[in-house]
Design a protein around this ligand. Structure first.
Ligand code: PMP
Length: 368
């Protein structure tokens, strides 16, 4: 109830006074210490339409709700903490990474909040928007020619080189640094398990570094005594689907995908240790991912990037394969904000030959 002195100050009307509040507080965390304390503990969102359509319970882990806006905040925090614990990074030190996307943004937030400098190497094919964002978050950014991993001038090798010649610095090496996977073994996996009271029949997601898939898989397999099915979802142009289907044969990378942040040409160290726990894989065409970008917006009000849409398509296909009554979880990696000028642009969709993938009745969302 509003107290009379508020009414006297003219901040409320008499009818406000008469109305009782219906205060609802669910389980809320206490306060956290700094930005890094706000990473993780994300909601698990039930995707209602897809659950109804499949007769399963389909959930998305809302990683887009992390402070930096993506699943990579967790890995960023863990690689920095790991470097601190190993004594590689001391106050005022410098974190160096090769990244074109979410890891850089996560690292920028974590480094600012902990007082470290951040140096980012990225291919110069990336949008000016990404460079600007990293710079305004305080990072020093080096856009360098986009050359293959085998070339010593590749942005990852340049990041490593920079660290070798900079005192009190660390190359966090997200692809092969096990602290990346550990973030998901120690936080994301246990959160999912606890949010569902231990009923997780299936988990599926795509990989970039492999940290998310490997870490969550590792935890869920241990917690369920091996009962949770853990599958990989792969975009076109990635070699991992055929690697799993062929029982471990690595093929040459060919083709590509519009999904950003996922797809791989090799089995990263983060994935190697856990790849035997992955019992199946699904290859998801760009047409299906684009359709799901629009469906998630229309049906669930979720404004998501293409890797999330691909994950949700894979969760739906997994649910259909496991059968009714099962509980399937995937990851909602990041929002569509950084991709809007592509995903919601008619010209871009036409260029990529993906306009037809948008269902007729959802065309009204193509506004750019
Ligand atoms: N989705 C997006 C948008 C990403 O940026 C990334 C990370 N590159 C992933 C998914 C995959 O996460 P991970 O690196 O843990 O495999």
């Amino acid at each position: 109830m509003i107290r009379p002195h508020i009414l006297r100050r003219g901040l409320a009307t008499a009818s406000d006074l008469a109305r009782p509040y219906n205060i609802k507080v669910g389980k809320v965390q206490g306060s956290v210490n700094g930005l890094v304390g706000a990473i993780g503990n994300t909601p698990l969102i039930r995707l209602s339409r897809l659950s109804e359509d499949t007769g399963c319970e389909i959930y998305g882990k809302a990683e887009f709700m992390n402070p930096g806006g993506s699943v990579k905040d967790r890995a960023a925090l863990y690689v920095v903490k790991d470097a601190e614990e190993k004594g590689l990074l001391k106050p005022g030190g410098t974190v160096i990474e090769g990244t074109a996307g979410n890891t850089g943004i996560g690292l920028a937030h974590v480094c600012r909040s902990k007082g470290y400098n951040l140096v980012i190497y990225m291919p110069n094919t990336q949008s000016q928007g990404k460079i600007d964002l990293l710079r305004l978050l305080g990072a020093t950014v080096y856009p360098v020619p986009a050359v293959a991993y085998e070339n010593p001038q590749n942005y990852n090798h340049l990041a490593k080189q920079h660290a070798l010649t900079t005192p009190n610095s660390v190359w966090t090496n997200q692809f092969d640094n096990p602290a990346n996977r550990l973030a998901h073994i120690e936080t994301t996996g246990p959160e999912i398990w606890s949010q569902l009271g231990g009923k997780v029949d299936g988990f599926v997601c795509a990989t970039g570094t492999g940290g998310t898939l490997a870490g969550i898989t590792r935890y869920l397999k241990e917690a369920s005594d091996g009962a949770t099915e853990c599958w990989l979802a792969d975009p076109p142009g990635s070699v991992l689907h055929s690697y799993i289907q062929s029982g471990g044969k690595l093929t040459e990378r060919s083709g590509g995908s519009i999904t950003e942040g996922i797809g791989q040409g090799r089995v990263t160290d983060n994935l190697t240790t856990e790849i035997n726990l992955i019992s199946n894989s699904l290859s998801i065409a760009d047409e299906k991912s684009i359709e799901m970008v629009y469906r998630l917006l229309d049906e669930e009000g979720l404004y998501m990037g293409a890797s999330t849409a691909l994950n949700v398509v894979a969760a739906k296909e997994m649910a259909e394969k496991l059968g009714p009554g099962k509980t399937v979880v995937t990851v909602l990696c990041d929002g569509a904000y950084r991709y809007a000028e592509r995903l919601f642009s008619r010209k871009w969709l036409e260029e990529k030959k993906l306009l037809e993938a948008v269902p007729e009745k959802l065309m009204r969302y193509i506004v750019l």
